[in-house]
Every structure is written in structure tokens, then in C-alpha cells.
Design a protein around this ligand. Structure first.
Ligand code: GLA
Length: 380
């Protein structure tokens, strides 16, 4: 009897030993993100100022280990880098490029022409009246030559134009369109090419999975190409959620853009796990308890069930990217870890969101392992 008990105990111990060994080996040999996709596409992250200035060493460690490309979240936007007509501020941008070079990253500049985060003076003449086409074109050219020129040969790719097309495929009604006319996209690409002939030049937009936008962007890129303008990449900002886009819709856009002969990039990926606030847009929920519970359901931690759902969603997206790895050149996450995500403060301030692959303690989440497993499963 005693012997039998001993044998069972031994067997249990052996099983536990094997389990630990197998899990240990699995984790020890787990590839990093960039290693997992090294033959497929760059894995990028967007960086905030603290990360750019090296004040967040945990992020730097993750960057070094897992990522092969960086994009600045805000640093190269017009209002940050060129706040006044005769004033440029390159402190953060310089630091960003030096960091990228030190870590041997594919360095992306974001963004040269956009309707947000662009100071009001850009669209006014010296007397404060609306600028005319000549003034605005000259300003755009000077801005692009100065910013792109400064990092010539060092920033490898630029989001030249951001968000110029509406969801229905029409041109977005912005000051750029109103003042310059619809060749403003062409002009921006020409100036950028002039500033750095070897840099890759991209068009970048959100909701690219919507059929209207897909068709509008295809039309716009075809038109540029017919005028001899080379577009080196089309960026699908991956600001996605649990129920949008359908994988088929994202796939249809990847295929449609690739048909233009242009590499596709997923440029700003995050998966929003929080409820859509609908009419509470921009609300400050800190004062209202009931609203808080509804809109900020996971203030302390993400429940396992949602964590698993997020992991599955990420796995599905990365399986799609991997399937189309011959068309996709880069997948950039919009942040290194959950704590820095813009989705903690938009469209509602002060929520705890969990949209990325590393958690608030810089630890890999189940979604991270799910993404790695996409490639591992294929290799087995
Ligand atoms: C857009 C812009 C990004 C960033 C996000 C929100 O997608 O392209 O630069 O501002 O919105 O963080």
C-alpha cells in the first residue's frame, strides 16, 4: 500500500517536473516580437516624449528587445516641431532620431500634412486674413524642406499626408483643400521627394476598411500615380475594436491597396476594449460614479475573459497580416505599453484601457503570446 502511494507520488512529481520543463523551454525559447516576424515585416511602436528622451527605461528595454521600427506620437507634428512661422523646435525630434539610430530602428516620421495639430497661423497671411493658395503652398514647401531635409537619409519613411479622405471616399473638407485645391496631396509628395529623394513616402488614414474610404483612397493613389508621383506605402491606422473591422473588410483593403503596387502598412494599431461612450464624447467621468462604472468598467485590471478575447482578436489580426506578409511591410503599435495609450483619455478622459501587447507594468499580456503563437503555429 505504502509502495503504491510512493509510486503515485513519484509519478506525480515526474509529471510536474515535465510540465515545468516543457513550459520553461517554451518560454525560454519564445522569440521576441521582432524575431517572430523578422522575415515578414517590421514591428513598430509609437513613442511619447518621455520615451524619446530616455526617461522611461522600461520602455527602452522593451523597444530594444521587441521592436524594429519607431514612430513619434506627436513630436514631428506641425504644432510641435514648427509652432511659429520662424520658429522650429527640433529638440525632441533630434532625440527621437538619435534613439532610433542607436537601437537600429527603421525610423518613421509622422506627419507632414494633417488638419489636426497644425497651428492656426499656417492658414493665415501676415495680416491675419485667410492665406491664399500661393502663401499656403510656399509654407508647406518650406516646412517640408526644412523638416524632411534636416533628417535626410536618417528618417527612412514619412507619413506625408494624414487623413485627407472621408469615410465616403470624398476629399475631407479641410483648410488644405479649401485654400490650395485638390492638388495639395500631390504637392506635399513632390516637396517631400524634393527634400529626400530616397525616403519612403506614405499616405496614412483611419477607417481604411470601410468600402467608401477604400475606394476613395484607391482613386486618389491612382491619380497620383498617373501624374508620375511615387507613393511608397499606404498606412492603415489600426485603431480597431472587438467588433470592427470584420477581418474580411480589413483583408479587402489590404488586397485593394496592394493591387496598386504599393506596400501596405498597419500604422497605428491598438484594440479598444472599452464601451463606446456614444453621446458622452469628451466627457470627464471623474465626478459621476454611475457613469464611471459604465464607461470605465475595468479600472484596476482586465478580467481574464476580456483578456482572452483581446488575445484572440490580436491573434486573428496577426494571422491576417502574416497571410499577407508579401504585401505588408510594417505593423506599428500605437504605443509600447497600455499605460501610455491615448485611449486612456479619448474619447473619455481618465479611463483604464488595455489596447496594446504589454501591460501597465511593462509585462507581456496574453495577447502578446497569442501574436507570437501565430508564427509558431505556422512553423510547427
Ligand atoms: C491619429 C493620428 C495620430 C494620433 C492618433 C491618436 O490617428 O494620426 O497621430 O494623433 O490619431 O493618438
Amino acid at each position: 500500500m505504502k509502495r503504491r502511494k510512493q509510486a503515485i507520488t513519484n509519478r506525480c512529481l515526474l509529471a510536474v517536473f515535465w510540465a515545468i520543463l516543457v513550459v520553461g523551454i517554451a518560454f525560454a525559447s519564445a522569440p521576441t516580437l521582432k524575431q517572430a516576424f523578422v522575415h515578414d515585416f517590421y514591428i513598430g511602436a509609437a513613442l511619447n516624449q518621455r520615451q524619446i528622451f530616455g526617461a522611461d527605461s522600461s520602455s527602452t528595454a522593451l523597444l530594444r528587445e521587441h521592436f524594429s521600427s519607431i514612430t513619434p506620437e506627436n513630436t514631428l507634428k506641425w504644432q510641435a516641431v514648427h509652432p511659429k512661422p520662424d520658429e522650429y523646435d527640433f529638440a525632441a525630434a533630434d532625440s527621437f532620431v538619435v534613439l532610433g539610430e542607436r537601437l537600429k530602428m527603421f525610423i518613421v516620421g509622422h506627419t507632414l500634412l494633417w488638419h489636426h495639430q497644425t497651428p492656426g497661423w499656417v492658414f493665415k497671411d501676415a495680416s491675419g486674413n485667410p492665406a491664399n493658395r500661393e502663401i499656403l503652398l510656399q509654407r508647406l514647401q518650406q516646412h517640408i524642406l526644412t523638416v524632411v531635409g534636416r533628417y535626410k537619409g536618417r528618417i527612412h519613411g514619412w507619413d506625408v499626408v494624414n487623413e485627407a479622405i472621408e469615410d465616403d471616399g470624398e476629399m475631407r473638407k479641410t483648410k488644405w483643400l479649401e485654400i490650395i485645391g485638390d492638388d495639395f496631396i500631390q504637392k506635399a509628395f513632390e516637396y517631400a521627394r524634393q527634400a529626400d529623394p530616397d525616403a519612403q513616402l506614405y499616405y496614412n488614414d483611419f477607417n481604411m476598411w470601410k468600402p467608401g474610404k477604400r475606394q476613395g483612397v484607391v482613386r486618389m493613389i491612382r491619380e497620383l500615380q498617373s501624374k508620375g508621383i511615387r507613393v511608397d506605402g499606404i498606412g492603415l491606422q489600426g485603431h480597431w475594436g472587438f467588433d470592427y473591422p470584420l477581418l474580411e473588410e480589413a483583408e479587402a483593403s489590404i488586397l485593394a491597396f496592394a493591387e496598386l503596387g504599393v506596400p501596405v502598412m498597419i500604422t497605428e494599431m491598438d484594440v479598444n476594449v472599452l464601451p463606446n461612450p456614444g453621446s458622452y464624447r469628451g466627457a470627464d467621468i471623474s465626478q459621476n460614479f454611475e457613469l464611471q462604472k459604465k464607461l470605465n468598467p475595468y479600472p484596476d485590471m482586465l478580467p481574464d475573459s476580456v483578456q482572452d478575447k483581446l488575445a484572440r482578436r490580436y491573434a486573428d489580426f496577426f494571422a491576417l497580416f502574416h497571410k499577407h506578409r508579401d504585401k505588408i511591410s510594417r505593423v506599428t503599435l500605437w504605443g509600447v505599453y497600455d499605460g501610455q495609450s491615448w485611449l486612456n483619455n479619448w474619447p473619455v478622459r481618465g479611463r483604464a484601457n488595455y489596447p496594446l501587447l504589454f501591460d501597465r507594468h511593462y509585462q507581456p499580456k496574453p495577447a502578446f503570446h497569442a501574436v507570437i503563437n501565430v508564427v509558431r503555429d505556422k512553423e510547427m
